[in-house]
Design a protein around this ligand. Structure first.
Ligand code: SF4
Length: 578
């Protein structure tokens, strides 16, 4: 298996390559090896996430280049938003480019004393002066310039932070190939703190299976399962945006800072976006599904009558929730303008939307005044939000400085913690589905719906007892450690059964039985719990905002007692055992 790790030091502009066969043998790849590399590289787990002591690990997996859907790259770092484990996954071309350059992982350490971008060119690494590229407010322009300078279209990957990262917004993201993101937990701010503008990766190494005949058989099976699966067809057709109306009908769509669960929002549904705005669909490298939906927005130039620019804007369910229903925006063009603004700065859309929603309610309730917000924020008023996003990035006063540190921080400073909609410091995704969702966010490694799919469990089995829900969530999260060590896209999780994963290893010359896979998932999960524990995270009911116990969900208004029982059980059976 691919086992080379590239270690880059920004402080002295050096790099070295390590051969690490023991790492991939024991921890598979992706998230499994990223945890180990993060632990061994981060000298002080308590260090300030924006100091030079923080490290960034990128990792692909053993199925990268080999099989369809193995398209993700795992990023691991200390999160400047939550102050504990930061983990984010992105598609695009990064995983395949890193593998084609000959690496299974890349560790970035230290801090450059001037803006730089790094070019990984197989065995050589170049540190390019980025001073003239600093301060570009539109990060789409930055990537165009880098693409022009570095060439390699179709093969290389450009992984870049944006202006939000430069300004150290704690939920700034990192974007790859324009439309894919290491979205959550603030990797962009870590790039910014290191004076790192971007990493360009390219290479020409190819993949050769040990057993080509058997490989072709398994490959065809995965491909066929993927293209014939109804679930994958739905991702292609409307994408996750198809969830907007069903979740609203369930009364599970967070509306206006989670004060409500219903809003007239047909115009921003997946159906409406497809019908009126969809321009094209694109795919991550080596994916036959192409679930990335790109809308077209035509805008007239200011002061130039009849001259238009055409903006191509990617959208999905989370963006529609965060920059739509959560802030009461229900017009399609308004939503697209907001997504575009967030994209321009390189911000995490979920965190941005939740911060704006909290600020709006805080203003309505008199917790803060217009002196703080500068602009009169009002649910549904896209123009006020566009200005507020500018302020979030520029931080012209103490209020926006605080808000740029996330909703938990701002609410601690100004009040309104009971309606600051974050779990353990991470602004919530858009699923007010019931108990399993919130328990899943509390105990999940990233406090994300993707950790253990609690929102889906709520919909499939809404009446689970607290302990059973915890066991189911942990079991799911353990298996997802395997998928994210292989770096398989979670959308294809129905395709990659344990049995098929085991067979897919064989032509690569690796024996990995189903039991071994499950055991690997359990070990990786526990390693992460240990890491989070050492970084200071203790799951607690106080990590849930009061609002969660006030708003109606499909399971009714949520009871505290359920969470007490769930957490008590989780702490005893899992957390305390590492
Ligand atoms: S299904 Fe979508 S997110 Fe997953 S690999 Fe394909 S294009 Fe990327």
């Amino acid at each position: 298996m691919r086992d080379r790790v590239l270690r880059i030091n920004l402080t002295d502009y050096s790099y070295e390559v390590e051969e690490r066969p023991e790492l991939v043998e024991e921890w598979i790849g992706g998230v499994g090896i990223a945890v180990q590399l993060f632990r061994e590289s981060m000298r002080d787990l308590k260090a300030d996430p924006l100091s030079e002591e923080n490290v960034i690990v990128f990792a692909n997996g053993p199925f990268t280049l080999a099989y369809p859907y193995a398209s993700k790259t795992v990023a691991m770092f200390k999160s400047p938003l939550t102050g504990e484990l930061g983990e984010s996954h992105a598609g695009g071309r990064t995983a395949t480019a890193l593998a084609s350059a000959g690496y299974t992982a890349m560790v970035i350490e230290g801090r450059s004393d001037k803006p730089v971008y790094v070019v990984v060119d197989e065995d050589r690494v170049h540190f390019r002066d980025g001073r003239s590229l600093r301060g570009i407010r539109d990060s789409l322009i930055l990537s165009r310039i880098l693409a022009e300078i570095e060439g390699g279209k179709g093969e290389r990957s450009i992984v870049r932070a944006g202006y939000g990262g430069e300004k150290l917004v704690r939920f700034a993201c990192v974007t790859t190939e324009t439309y894919r993101h290491f979205g959550r937990l603030g990797l962009g701010a870590v790039f910014g703190s290191k004076n790192l503008l971007a990493v360009v990766v390219r290479g020409k190494k190819t993949f050769r299976p040990r057993d080509p005949e058997r490989y072709r058989e398994v490959y065809r099976e995965i491909y066929r399962l993927g293209v014939e699966s109804d679930a994958m067809k739905k991702y292609h057709l409307l994408g996750t945006a198809e969830n907007v109306l069903p979740l609203r009908e369930l009364r599970a769509l967070p509306v206006k800072n989670l004060t409500e669960n219903y809003i007239e929002c047909e115009d921003i549904s997946g159906e409406s976006l497809a019908e009126h705005s969809l321009g094209r669909r694109i795919a991550c490298a080596h994916c036959p599904t192409a679930c990335i939906h790109i809308a077209v927005l035509r805008q007239e130039y200011e002061n130039e009558r009849y001259f238009y620019k055409t903006l191509m804007i990617s959208y999905d369910y989370e963006l529609i929730y965060a920059l739509g229903s959560m802030i009461g925006v229900t017009r399609r063009d308004d939503l697209l303008r907001l997504i575009h603004r967030v994209e321009t700065y390189g911000l995490d859309a979920i965190s941005t939307g939740v911060c704006l929603a909290w600020a709006t309610e805080a203003l309505e309730r008199g917790v803060v005044s217009e002196k703080e917000t500068i602009v009169r924020l009002s649910f549904g008023d896209a123009d006020s939000y566009l200005k507020a996003i500018d302020y979030l990035v520029e931080q012209p006063n103490e209020f926006y400085e605080a808000l740029a540190r996330g909703v938990r921080f701002a609410a601690k400073k100004y009040g309104g913690e009971e309606f600051a909609i974050a779990v353990a410091g991470n602004e919530i995704p858009g699923y007010n589905t019931g108990y399993a969702n919130y328990v899943g966010l509390l105990i999940g490694m990233r406090h994300s719906h993707l950790d253990n799919g609690g929102y889906s469990l709520d919909q499939k089995q809404p009446k689970l007892e607290a302990r059973e829900a915890v066991d189911r969530l942990v079991k799911e999260e353990m298996w997802r450690q395997v998928l994210s060590s292989l770096v398989v896209c979670f959308f294809a999780r129905g395709v990659f059964s344990p049995e098929l994963v085991s067979r897919a290893f064989e032509p690569l010359g690796v024996e990995m039985g189903v039991d071994e896979l499950n055991e690997a998932g359990r070990r990786i999960y526990l390693e992460k719990v240990r890491l989070k524990k050492e970084m200071g995270y203790v799951p607690s009911l106080s990590d849930l905002p009061e609002r969660v116990f006030e708003v109606e969900t499909p399971a009714g208004v949520l009871r505290r007692g359920y969470f007490e029982e769930a957490l008590d059980y989780y702490m005893r059976e899992y957390y305390s055992k590492v």
